[in-house]
Design a protein. Structure first.
Length: 141
């Protein structure tokens, strides 16, 4: 297994991950009972060699696949019939999970509505007010 590239210069070393072949669940008859085609990937966060801040962000990411006791991420994949395709998909899921955990939104810069947009909003409110005022009882004169 090779190192897993996450983003610019950030990767998970191969020594920090282990993949086991386990029995797959679900339909498939006799074949599913005798082949170990599901891939179970464990990634040990402490062995990533990342700065403590990044490790903390990954561990604090709200995901049920992160086991706090071993400080490991556990991903099981059994969508394909082939172990190698399941292993590749598990690695892709790990990369996606880590990208999502490390992503930071740009800070929002507060802005004010433009004068013309305020004018349009007030005009629409007045138009709506007039339409609704016509819904009342008709007054006999």
């Amino acid at each position: 297994m090779e190192d897993l590239h996450i983003r610019n210069g950030l990767y998970v070393p191969a020594k920090a991950m282990s993949v086991d072949a386990v029995r797959s669940s679900g339909p498939g008859g006799q074949s599913v009972n005798k082949t170990n085609s599901a891939a179970q990937l464990r990634a040990y966060v402490d062995a990533f060699g990342w700065a403590d801040g990044l490790v903390v962000r990954v561990l604090n990411h709200s995901d049920s696949r992160i086991t706090q006791s071993q400080r490991a991420i556990l991903i099981q994949c059994d969508t394909h019939r082939s172990f190698h395709r399941n292993q590749d998909e598990a690695l892709e899921r790990l990369a996606g999970l880590l990208r999502k955990a490390l992503h930071r939104d740009k800070p929002r810069r507060p802005t004010r509505p433009s004068r013309s947009s305020v004018r349009r909003a007030v005009k629409a409110q007045k138009r709506r007010q007039e339409i609704k005022s016509l819904r009342g009882r008709v007054k006999d004169s």
